[in-house]
Design a protein around this ligand. Structure first.
Ligand code: NAD
Length: 361
């Protein structure tokens, strides 16, 4: 099987980190038998500069036709004053909507070698490996009616609507259970069923879907408790499934447990497993073009792509092991450098992963 990947490098450090990820893919093709077709297209601010839109038709067509997308990052001060509908970030929202990417996978994992980079004690976070599955296209961020209205007493009132249908809950629950099956078979559904009606329905539907996954242990937790548990004892979690807003907040909190956004990948998937893979960090304009950005989040996005779209779990763990080897060897980009080991740039880190890939088995 050949996997076709649309490579959208984007802006800022995007092209630098994507360049290293592409090298990794090429080694997997040349030395590990991965069937691969790569096609590049512009997105974000650089696409706006070329074509007057952050998501040109040709880029969208390629994204539709490819098996998945590997995206660098978009945005930067150069485009901050543009109208909202042509801002670089608009391209991401449009891609998610056009491709029906309703589930967002946000792993928080901490290589033991980097435990000292976390603000939490090393024993609390070393070896952390949890996955947050966030519903991405529904809930309070999209519910209508919404707006700011004037009240009779003259003051204004803001309002939003939180809506979840049974089918929306069921499909994200299935993603959670399916992913738990590929991991430690424990799923924690996070809601606020003691206060919100949508959460009462959420809990009922998730429990119902759970009957079809007897091999996965399902638990439920209120979101306020989940926030506390994430910072108290994060290693208790395997997979968390939750709604759009709770997932937005909890996934950023979980990301910070690991100490560096330069190490964290993400995926947004549709119902068939097609997806967009990208690091969680932005385009980091402050360090762009200096060969100091950490490329590992983007390379770990390649590992996710191999696991969740290409169904190549072995190649995915090969990439994980290559990264572990490089960290064992003491190589650190500036963002994860804590005074020991050797500080390296973007390119040298990418090349080290490539050469580790050639030797790990
Ligand atoms: P950012 O993630 O780009 O940067 C935050 C901080 O982390 C910066 O100090 C940066 O230097 C550092 N950093 C980020 N990635 C790093 C890496 N790989 N290695 C080392 N250090 C890294 O967030 P920001 O500064 O808030 O946003 C910058 C631009 O990126 C904005 O235009 C924003 O809209 C955009 N953005 C894009 C995405 C995306 O493309 N998915 C996500 C977030 C922000």
């Amino acid at each position: 099987m050949t996997i076709k990947i649309a490579i959208l490098a984007g802006d800022g450090i995007g092209p630098e980190t994507i360049g290293q990820a592409v090298k990794v893919l090429e080694v997997l093709r040349d030395q590990h038998g991965l069937g691969l077709e790569l096609e590049h297209a512009p997105v974000g601010g650089s696409a706006y500069d070329q074509a007057g839109t952050p998501l040109p038709e040709s880029t969208l067509a390629l994204a539709r036709q490819a098996d998945c997308i590997l995206l660098g990052a978009v945005g930067g001060p150069k485009w901050d004053t543009l109208e909202r509908n042509v801002r670089p970030e608009k391209a991401l929202l449009q891609l998610r909507a056009e491709l029906g990417l309703f589930s967002n996978l946000r792993p928080a994992m901490l290589f033991p070698q980097l435990a000292s980079a976390s603000t939490l004690r090393a024993e609390v976070v070393a070896g952390l490996d949890l996955m947050i599955v966030r519903e991405l296209t529904g809930g309070i961020y999209f519910g209508k009616p919404r707006g700011i209205r004037s009240l009779d007493d003259g003051q204004r009132q803001g309002y939003d609507t939180l809506l979840y249908s049974e089918s929306e809950i069921e499909r994200i629950a299935r993603v959670g259970f399916d992913i738990a099956r590929k991991r430690d078979r424990r799923l924690c559904s996070v809601d606020k069923a003691n206060v919100l009606e949508t959460s009462v329905l959420w809990r009922e539907i998730v429990s119902h879907v759970g009957k079809q996954y007897p091999d996965v242990t399902l638990s439920h937790m209120y979101v306020d408790n989940a926030a506390m548990q994430l910072v108290r004892a994060p290693k208790q979690f395997d997979v968390i499934v939750t709604d759009n807003m709770f997932g937005d907040i909890l996934s950023d909190a979980a990301a910070m447990l690991t100490g560096s956004i330069g190490m964290l990948p993400s995926a947004s998937l549709d119902a068939s497993g097609k997806g967009m893979y990208e690091p969680i960090h932005g385009s980091a304009p402050d360090i762009a073009g200096q060969d100091i950005a950490n490329p590992l989040a983007t390379i770990l996005s390649v590992a996710m792509l191999l696991r969740y779209t290409a169904n190549q779990a072995e190649l995915a763990s090969l990439v994980d092991r290559a990264i572990a080897r490089v960290l064992d060897d003491g190589l650190r980009t500036a963002d994860i450098y804590t005074g020991t080991g050797r500080k390296v740039g973007t390119r040298e880190m990418g090349e080290a992963v490539v050469s580790a890939l050639k030797s790990v088995s």
